[in-house]
Design a protein around this ligand. Structure first.
Ligand code: TXA
Ligand code: MG
Length: 317
């Protein structure tokens, strides 16, 4: 069994596994990642294979700090501002890659840009320090499925494909990083995430642009179908049928509550809801319900990322 508590010795062994070209799963502030040495194309290929991820979908590279990020990418003024405000933390910056950076081309799917982030999680930071490598790590789920927020979720998704699954307990934020491209003229939001759009716009002093079609194509976290449970999701439910499971939010739960109800946040707190979302979807997916009815969740702040994941999870296309 590859789940190992993230004690110092286990982190050291995980770092060695990365150095040897193997893949390991580890906790971050957002979700669990499936990591590989970003400098080693064969190691990176193992990540794509384990996830059955299309090769055109580029990976995020995790680095310990801004100084190291600057070795791999050109960091312009808005980039510096955002990094200063949010790193370490759940912000991924898409930047122009340095031609000398040594990161495997497969990581950015052949693009001349690279997505970098500095995770705010003790285990992730210790792993980066011990491995002394940039770590390419997408979320540790099979492609198109719900991101894992516990070590057990990773094992359910990937079994013993990772050499190790470092168990650091549930991820504190529970939803992926916000991805912002600062390559073009105007900073663009490529994926909503754990840092609300409003917070980023406050730091930039300008509204975030929508992702252009070309960027969307290169950021398939934006693909319509993603984050999907096997049970259909029925969104904005104000009533619930007896054979449905219910994903509730707030205190105003519809009557006739079914066999299985989980409440993302009885007090209607969006941070609590984001942290619980993926685990709740997994649990309700086990209920053999005809559908998962999801109560409306307000759209501002973290609600944008929560609704984005729900919408794409609901898309059966
Ligand atoms: O919170 C997170 O970001 C987690 C943890 C493990 O760090 N990682 C994560 O990785 O969610 P992944 O691979 O599931 O999502 C990466 C997103 C995708 O939408 C991908 O298309 C986009 O980042 N991306 C990566 N490199 C890019 C690039 N060069 N240009 C545009 N989008 C890029
Ligand atoms: Mg993912």
């Amino acid at each position: 069994m590859p789940i190992v508590p993230a004690a110092p010795d286990a982190i050291r062994r995980a770092a060695q596994a990365l150095v040897r070209g193997n893949i390991v799963a580890f906790p971050t502030d957002t979700v669990y990642g499936l990591g590989a040495n970003a400098l080693d194309p064969r190691a990176v290929a193992k990540v794509f294979a384990a996830k059955e991820r299309p090769r055109f979908n580029p990976l995020i590279v995790h680095v310990p700090n801004l100084a190291e990020a600057a070795e791999y990418a050109l960091i312009n003024e808005p980039g510096r501002r955002l990094a200063g405000a949010f790193w370490p933390g759940p912000l991924t910056l898409v930047l122009k890659k340095r031609s000398t950076c040594g990161i495997a081309d497969l990581v950015s799917a052949g693009l001349d840009t690279i997505a970098l982030r500095v995770p705010a999680h003790k285990v992730a930071q210790e792993l980066l320090a011990k491995a002394a490598l940039p770590i390419a790590a997408p979320s540790a789920n099979r492609s198109g499925r719900i991101s894992p927020t516990t070590a057990e979720h990773v094992e359910a998704e990937l079994g013993d494909l990772p050499a190790m699954i470092l168990d650091g307990g549930p991820c504190p934020l529970g939803i992926e990083s916000t991805v912002v491209s600062i390559v073009g003229q105007d900073p663009a939001l490529l994926r909503s995430g754990a840092i609300p759009r409003e917070s980023i716009e406050r730091v930039l002093g300008v509204p975030l642009a929508a992702a252009k079609a070309a960027e969307r194509g290169s950021s398939p976290g934006q693909l319509a179908r993603h984050y999907a449970p096997n049970t259909p999701l029925r969104l904005d439910a104000i009533s619930v049928a007896p054979d449905e499971a219910l994903l509730a939010f707030g205190g105003d739960v519809p009557a006739g509550a079914p066999r299985v109800t989980l409440n993302l946040s009885p007090s209607a707190n969006l941070e609590e809801a984001a942290a619980k979302l993926f685990a709740a979807l997994r649990e309700l997916d086990q209920a053999r319900a005809s559908a998962i009815a999801v109560m409306p969740i307000p759209g501002g702040g973290l609600g944008e990322a929560i609704n984005d994941r729900l919408r794409r999870g609901a898309n059966r296309g």
